[in-house]
Ligand binder design. Structure first.
Ligand code: NAD
Length: 279
């Protein structure tokens, strides 16, 4: 039988741990860690993501310092808002919600956030700290995957981990984190030859390609742990990159979509906001 990893339950535990730590370390709510989410424009999916993040912040006893900007804002106006949040000692963490409306350069704006407030872990500086294995805030989705693997007692050290996808947001930092946990890591991407032959060698298979249902029975080694990062909105609700029903009986464990990696991303954002405030 394949165990279905309950990401919601693990995320709940992580968030409860953060809330308890916030209550103990910041008895005065006025000085509790503060997260400034910055939402530019009115993309409906982004609005939902930001609303969920803000709710989680408040539930953890932290301060919600959200900023909304209109879609026709200029690069320098967004830069000015970020600079103001950077200078404000009451702001522990800054998260610029992506994607931005056309015409704005996300990389240049993200890089205005200093590593200490970079709760998304996506600036050039944070990426460098991760690559060098130095302390810093790590991207939330890959660190959520590590937290899930550890919560499930999956042995990472010495395991062969294959990651499908090499994005800045997920695949690349995922490879760095698994390496730092002593896995042997292979990164696959859209030019990888014979993907199934490669993924069948994985003890831990992390799929973050953004291609609905691309991974099935033929890609999975018996006893593997399969982590599905993909999220796709379909008529029947959310779906992932893995054909979960097909890997049942082959994989030892699999994350569902929804209810797997997704909830962990927000939980790790709460961890990062607390850590940013404690620095
Ligand atoms: P992306 O498009 O930036 O990167 C996709 C990567 O997959 C690329 O490196 C590409 O080379 C690779 N790829 C694409 N097609 C492939 C194929 N057929 N075979 C092998 N490799 C292939 O996407 P991303 O931002 O990394 O996101 C990936 C998925 O994860 C998306 O579905 C996204 O919605 C989801 N996501 C989920 C969370 C979460 O919280 N669960 C967070 C971020 C992203």
């Amino acid at each position: 039988m394949t165990a279905v990893i309950d990401g919601k339950a693990v995320a709940r535990r992580v968030r409860a741990r953060v809330a308890a730590e916030v209550a103990a370390a910041f008895p005065d709510p006025a000085t509790a860690p503060g997260l400034a989410t910055v939402l530019v424009g009115d993309d409906p999916a982004s609005a939902v993501y930001v609303a969920n993040k803000r709710r989680a912040v408040r539930e953890a006893g932290m301060r919600d310092l959200h900023r909304s900007l209109p879609a026709d804002v200029t690069q320098s106006q967004v830069a000015a808002v970020i600079d103001e949040l950077v200078a404000d000692p009451g702001v522990s963490g800054i998260l610029l919600q992506l994607p931005l409306p056309p015409g704005l350069d996300p990389a240049a704006l993200i890089d205005r956030i200093p590593a200490g407030k970079d709760v998304d872990g996506l600036t050039t500086h944070s990426t460098g700290l991760l690559a060098r294995g130095e302390p810093g805030l790590r991207p939330c989705t890959p660190s959520g995957v590590i937290e899930l693997l550890e919560a499930e007692g999956v042995k990472i050290r010495g395991a062969h981990a294959v990651i499908v996808g090499r994005s800045t947001l997920v695949g690349h930092p995922m490879a760095e984190l698994l390496l730092q946990h002593d896995a042997t890591v292979t990164v696959a991407h859209r030019h990888t030859a014979d993907l199934a032959a490669l993924t069948r060698t994985a003890d831990i298979l992390v799929v973050a390609a953004g291609v609905r249902g691309m991974i099935g029975a033929e890609h999975v080694k018996p006893g593997a742990t399969v982590i599905d990062v993909g999220i796709h909105r379909t008529e029947d609700g959310l779906a992932g990159d893995v054909r979960t029903a097909e890997v049942d009986g082959i994989a030892a464990r699999v994350t569902p979509v929804p209810g797997g990696v997704g909830p962990m991303t927000i939980a790790m954002l709460m961890v990062n906001t607390l850590r940013a405030a404690q620095r």
